[in-house]
Design a protein around this ligand. Structure first.
Ligand SMILES: C[S@@+](CC[C@H](N)C(=O)[O-])C[C@H]1O[C@@H](n2cnc3c(N)ncnc32)[C@H](O)[C@@H]1O
Length: 199
């Protein structure tokens, strides 16, 4: 059976990323979602994909021509294994990733500290809300740009049959040491179709 269709045991007309709330949460990012970032944000220096999974995001980031370092806490068959981003002592010019759902807040705190230039996280748009985050992240260190996807991203567990469309809105949250203020921006529709051949 298609593992993405297990919500409450019934078949669904649409699917959503059923986050592995207590686990390592491995959902590769469709390439088009990373192209949307690198088409709109320029990077100087190296880029660290710090929760790289099977390299879905790293491979697109390499197209910037910048050196890309890839690591993950778990062995997904790609990059350096066993590096916990939350406690790693490493730094990088830029850090870009799609973090595990259950430690997104920790990734924000660690990434803002470890990135010299830009830190970009792919997160649910709903990450913007919540009293706790308002008191911690957004009042102290808000992102400089939030790029809202006008198209839905569908996340599938690695190897799952791909069908249906996503129901959750996502955005790129960018902290940029060379910017001040916070800007809300919209990604133009069309990335999904343009890069569909790459899945
Ligand atoms: C949602 S997946 C995204 C994978 C990849 N970034 C992508 O976009 O295709 C999250 C990844 O974070 C990894 N991970 C979980 N906790 C981590 C941690 N503390 N440090 C580094 N990686 C972690 C998981 O093993 C998983 O591969």
């Amino acid at each position: 059976m298609d593992a993405t269709y297990n919500l409450s045991g019934g078949f669904k007309p649409t699917i959503k990323r059923f986050a592995d709330l207590d686990g390592p949460d491995f959902f590769p990012t469709p390439p088009w979602a990373t192209y949307a970032l690198i088409d709109n944000e320029k990077f100087s220096g190296d880029i660290w994909e710090s929760a790289c999974g099977d390299g879905a995001m790293s491979r697109v980031l390499a197209e910037t021509g910048r050196p890309v370092r890839s690591s993950d806490l778990h062995n997904r068959g790609f990059g350096e294994v066993g590096i916990d981003f939350l406690t790693a002592p490493h730094r990088a010019d830029n850090i870009v990733t799609n973090p595990p759902y259950n430690s997104a807040e920790g990734f924000v705190v660690a990434g803002v500290e470890k990135a010299r230039h830009k830190f970009a996280l792919l997160l649910r748009l709903a990450f913007l809300e919540g009293a706790n985050r308002a008191n911690t992240i957004f009042s102290r260190n808000p992102p400089n740009r939030v790029w809202v996807f006008s198209e839905r991203i569908t996340f599938y567990p690695s190897g799952a049959v791909q069908k249906g469309t996503g129901t959750t809105a996502y955005a790129w949250f960018v902290w940029d040491k060379n910017s001040t203020g916070s800007e809300l921006k919209w990604l133009k529709p069309g990335y999904r179709a343009k890069y569909l051949r790459l899945k």
